[in-house]
Design a protein around this ligand. Structure first.
Ligand code: ATP
Ligand code: MG
Length: 944
């Protein structure tokens, strides 16, 4: 400047510029003349820019470097330069941002020096203590160790569970096996005695115990029926009725046992007139019943003695009404028929014929469409107890892949068997069924199948799973078993093995109705009866062996080489063009043909027989009437013997009849216990679940801790501190999404099992919620503590120290736990409200976005738009965030530190205390739970 003044005042004139060019000197002014005066003036009044890069930061050796990396001017004490001049190069066009960043760095450097200076002061709150381990370091280590221990424990548990179960199963198995053998021996002896009893040879040797084991209510009932028949038919009964009664009395199917002996008996019988025999004759024949051969399975004691039960259905029609057009579509047309006890009936028909629909109607599991007509079970209308006496095995097998065969059957045994059944009895029943189904050797294998995470567990084959499904259906000792598409999806051998098992069950008195597709000849032969449907009409019902004969009589020729089932299906399918070269000229081609055949069958002798059989059944009045009968028998000449025999029969019948009741639901406590155990097993054994939820949660806590590691307590880190709190909140809301697929996966079990009346919604819901809650709380405990100590949260505790009556850490943990379980519940609720996983995910994600927008972190609540402001009250994230922020900054002095006003303004006018925010979260927790339970109970009904 001095030179500038000199140039203007002197050099320009010397250079010949006219003095008229210079009007007046304004600056530094005429009073400043000498060099010394000019210099003094400069010192007093002037200022100037540091042009970019004129005071660059660099190494001391660099001759152009002016500043060290802490912005200090080399060689000068207490002088720093912070502006654009510090850059070694011009940092681009828009220089403001680099300058801001540089300023921040400079302020941190200055701050750090100030902290150094105040370190010894008693007011210094810095935790940047280099001596020894700092708090956040300890936090990180403890947190890390905790996370590691948690992880290791969970994995260890998952692994050890396998070994423990193996050992336990082996012990129990040995015990059960011993009991089973003993029981079998006892039954064997008892069965022998019983055969003798029927022969009246050694009746004195029978004690009531053995009788109780072996006499079924059917026996009592069959006798009652005869008494009734006698009354209504002048003492005469029809021959086939007699055969059926003898069959029912012995619990052995007509064709297998009774046919040989009794047919012969009846044929030899001189007193039978017109195919009728008198009651006296019947009693005589019954006493000669001794010659009945007892099937192996029955003699060796492994039989199950099902309660013989029959089904009569009359004029069943079913219409579906289209909700839009209100048009009605008839799917079943006036079906009438009869299914005898202990028989195996194939429900046959081409695709769309109405097989599954009919099976659902018969099994009382149809809850869509308008059904008319009636179904009688042992002559009585069905009521809700029908669910208890029948089992329905759906087409798809549904098991948790991670559980063992034994666990599956025990699960059903506990839920299905009577409360007073001892554990030993349960084991025995399971063993017996597993033996029957050929699964005993796989008892410790996992069921197997794909897990929701995509991992596939190795386990049983398709056929074995099918048999296991049947075992589960049979545990409750049902009287009727419904099977849908029993062999579909199985290879020939597996199908045959499944069918053999079913055949054995029918032999033991179980009534079986099975829809089946294209049975091979060997399977076809196993069925006693066939019920053929075509376009919802009954084409034939009766002996499987006589089906082709019936259609021949209608004029449809058969190929003797063909499988009869193929013939029946080919004949009655009309939905496609039938080439005469393949199907012949005489086959059904139009709906009229089908209708004509159905009409012919309705008028046939077969139908008359079905109705007669039903009439016989209608006389059945159950066990109680046996008492009346007993009085009658009391007048008999063998009164003494008969009455004592009948008393025992009745006693045992009562016990057995009681057994039918046993199939009611287990007590609520048992249901809850079993479901709790299953939920824990399912949780622990599913590696996807363990990884997704335990490891991930621990990992995210650790990573958040690392990202915000050891935050400074000064206002410059205020935003980071708020950010860390917000981020943690978001994590605990987002993490539950990892298990959405598990909720959805589990839902199908609930639908299936609750439809089978296995348990109540409340037991299922509470058991699962309790497990979820525990695991979630454990997850948060690990992950949030790791993050808390690593970040060095708990400012408020530092500020207030002993003055504070709450411990910041515990409050923080409580809020985070509440948030996580509320978040989890929200995801569950979405899973329950929506029909599929994608929609549940969309709903959940939408809600979480809303929660985030109105969390109070991204937009300060006072800035919320008036129209949408109310939405903040739906954001449970807001309450958790407000809670942790208030907890963190309590006692932060707003007067001494203006930054606190930001927090005050932003967080949160309503509610204003940490405790109140927690109460609101608790409110969310209960509301979500109630909603989820209602959805589970009312939305998740199986629709058929
Ligand atoms: N909910 C429904 N609403 C309207 N029509 C239905 C409904 N369910 C089934 N149907 C119709 O009822 C008829 C019989 O169906 P069903 O499932 O009983 O046949 P199916 O004999 O079991 O066949 P498949 O062998 O293919 O299993 C079909 O024409 C089907 O389209
Ligand atoms: Mg079907």
């Amino acid at each position: 400047m001095r030179e500038m003044a000199d140039v203007v005042r002197n050099e320009s004139l010397k250079a010949g510029l006219p003095s008229s060019l210079f009007a007046e000197e304004l600056y530094p002014g005429p009073s400043v003349q000498t060099d010394a005066e000019v210099e003094q003036h400069i010192r007093d009044t002037t200022w100037g820019h540091h042009a970019c890069c004129t005071a660059k930061i660099g190494k001391q050796e660099d001759p152009m470097a002016v500043l060290d990396s802490n912005f200090r001017v080399y060689g000068v004490r207490n002088l720093r330069v912070v502006d654009a001049s510090v850059f070694p190069k011009i940092p681009g066009m828009f220089i403001t941002v680099p300058i801001l960043v540089t300023s921040q760095k400079a302020s941190a450097a200055i701050d750090a020096q100030a902290l150094d200076a105040c370190r010894d002061s008693p007011y210094c709150m810095s935790s940047d203590d280099d001596s020894g381990l700092s708090r956040q370091n300890i936090g990180a280590i403890v947190g890390g160790i905790l996370a590691f221990i948690g992880l290791a424990l969970s994995l260890l548990y998952a692994l050890s569970d396998k070994f423990r179960n193996k050992k336990k199963d082996a012990e129990v198995s040995a015990r059960a096996q011993a009991q089973f053998e003993a029981d079998r021996a006892r039954q064997r002896a008892a069965t022998k005695d019983r055969i003798t009893l029927l022969g009246k040879e050694k009746e004195g040797a029978i004690d009531s115990d053995t009788l109780a084991i072996n006499v079924t209510p059917a026996e009592a009932r069959a006798r009652v029926m005869f008494a009734e028949l006698d009354r209504d038919n002048d003492g005469y009964i029809e021959r086939h009725t007699l055969r059926a009664a003898l069959s029912a009395a012995s619990g052995i199917p007509l064709d297998e046992v009774v046919s040989d002996d009794v047919n012969k008996l009846l044929e030899d019988e001189p007193l039978a007139v017109d195919g009728k025999v008198s009651l006296q004759e019947f009693l005589r024949i019954r006493d000669r019943h001794v010659s009945i051969t007892v099937p192996d399975s029955r003699a060796n004691g492994s039989s199950m003695l099902f309660t013989p039960t029959d089904v009569y259905f009359e004029n069943i029609t079913l219409d579906y009404v289209d909700p839009k057009t209100q048009e009605s579509n008839r799917v079943l047309h006036n079906l009438t028929g009869y299914i005898a006890p202990g028989t195996m009936t194939a429900l046959l028909g081409s695709s769309g014929a109405g097989k599954s629909t009919m099976l659902d109607v018969l099994s009382m599991r149809k809850n869509t469409g308008n059904v008319e007509g009636r179904v009688l079970i042992n002559g009585h209308e069905r009521n809700s107890s029908f669910y208890k006496m029948s089992s329905y095995v759906p087409q798809e097998d549904l098991f948790l892949p991670t559980v063992t065969v034994r666990e599956v059957v025990m699960y059903y045994a506990t839920l299905r068997m009577p409360a007073y059944a001892t554990p030993a009895a349960r084991w025995r029943r399971c063993e017996m069924l597993l033996l029957e189904s050929g699964l005993l050797e796989y008892v410790d294998s996992k069921v197997g199948g794909p897990l929701p995470g995509g991992i596939t567990v190795r386990g049983l084959s398709g056929g074995q799973k099918r048999r296991l499904s049947m075992v589960c259906g049979l545990i409750a000792n049902p009287a009727i078993l419904f099977l849908d598409e029993v062999t579909s999806g199985l290879d020939a051998l597996s199908a045959l093995m499944v069918m053999e098992m079913i055949r054995r069950l029918a032999t033991q008195g179980l009534t079986i109705i099975a829809t089946i597709h294209q049975p091979r000849t060997s399977i076809w032969r196993m069925f006693d009866k066939v019920m053929l449907l075509a376009n919802g009409r009954l084409m034939y019902m009766g002996d499987a062996s006589r089906a082709t004969e019936w259609f021949n009589s209608l004029g449809y020729p058969t190929d003797p080489q063909a499988n009869p089932a193929d013939f029946l299906l080919d004949l009655t399918s009309i939905s496609f063009h039938k080439d005469p070269a393949l199907f012949g000229n005489k086959t059904m081609r139009k709906l009229e043909h089908v209708e004509d055949a159905a009409d012919a069958f309705a008028k046939s002798e077969h139908m008359a027989l079905l109705r007669r059989q039903q009439k016989f059944v209608s006389y059945s009045r159950g066990v109680d009437q046996t008492l009346e009968l007993m009085t009658r028998f009391g007048k008999d000449k063998d009164a003494k013997m008969q009455s004592s025999l009948w008393r025992r029969v009745i006693e045992s019948s009562r016990k057995m009849a009681g057994n039918a009741e046993h199939q009611s639901m287990a007590p609520w406590g048992t249901q809850f216990g079993v479901l709790l155990k299953r939920a824990i097993t399912n949780y622990v054994r599913n590696p996807g679940n363990v990884i997704a939820r335990f490891v991930l949660v621990a990992f995210t806590g650790f990573m958040t801790g690392a990202a915000f590691f050891g935050l400074s307590e000064h206002w410059d880190a205020l935003n980071s501190r708020l950010g860390a709190l917000y981020f943690l909140c978001v994590i605990y809301v987002l993490l539950p999404f990892t298990s959405l697929s598990l909720f959805i996966y589990d839902r199908q079990f609930y639908s299936r099992e609750s439809a089978a009346r296995l348990y109540t919604p409340s037991a299922y819901y509470l058991a699962n919620s309790l497990v979820e809650l525990t695991f979630n709380a454990a997850n948060v405990a690990i992950s949030a503590s790791v993050a808390y100590w690593m970040i060095d949260l708990g400012l408020s505790d530092n500020i207030l120290g002993a003055e504070r009556n709450a411990n910041g850490f515990w409050v923080f943990l409580r809020i985070m736990t509440l948030l996580h379980i509320v978040g989890n519940q929200m995801v569950q609720l979405c899973g329950l409200m929506m029909p599929n996983q994608d929609m549940a995910f969309a709903l959940g994600a939408g809600f979480v976005i809303l929660c985030q927008i109105f969390s109070g972190f991204l937009v300060i609540p006072s800035n919320f738009n008036e129209v949408t402001e109310w939405l903040q009250y739906t954001s449970f994230l807001k309450y958790a965030y407000a809670g942790v922020v208030l907890n963190e900054f309590e006692g932060y002095d707003a007067n001494s530190d203006p930054s606190f006003s930001i927090i005050e303004e932003a967080h949160f006018s309503n509610p204003t205390t940490v405790a109140d925010n927690q109460y609101v979260l608790l409110g969310f927790f209960f509301v979500f739970h109630i909603m989820a339970f209602l959805c589970l109970k009312y939305l998740h009904k199986e629709r058929r």
